[in-house]
Design a binder for this molecule. Structure first.
Ligand code: SF4
Ligand code: SF4
Length: 111
């Protein structure tokens, strides 16, 4: 086999550099699989607008995961399993339930 020219050597090194710089897609972490909890966004929730609604509270299968105080629902993050049932049934024009990872969750979602 013949010797490689300077040009072939240079392009060979460049190609090797590019293939090292771009990681394969399988190395990207699958963060969507991380467990989540519900957060009620007050600006979208009907109850925050003094409209009668406690659908999320009524349909939550986990006892104590949602409490209602003076008509306002709140998620108890430690009890929420992240099942998403409350999000599925929220009747607000813009869904008031956000499913998010626990470290970014707040117990009462920004009125
Ligand atoms: S179901 Fe939706 S609109 Fe109704 S109280 Fe719960 S978060 Fe608010
Ligand atoms: S995600 Fe499931 S457990 Fe958590 S508050 Fe909603 S309905 Fe309840």
């Amino acid at each position: 086999m013949g010797k490689l020219s300077r040009r072939e050597l240079l392009f060979g090194r460049l190609r090797a550099g590019v293939s090292r710089a771009v990681p394969p897609a399988t190395e990207t972490p699958q963060q969507d699989d991380a467990p989540k909890v519900a957060v009620i966004q007050g600006r979208h929730c009907l109850a925050y607008r003094e409209l009668m609604c406690s659908t999320c509270f009524e349909r939550c299968p986990e006892k104590g995961a949602i409490v209602v105080e003076r008509g306002i629902p709140q998620v108890v993050t430690d009890r929420c399993t992240g099942c998403g049932d409350c999000q599925d049934v929220c009747p607000a024009p813009t869904n008031a339930i956000l499913m998010t990872r626990p470290r970014t969750a707040i117990s009462r979602g920004g009125a």
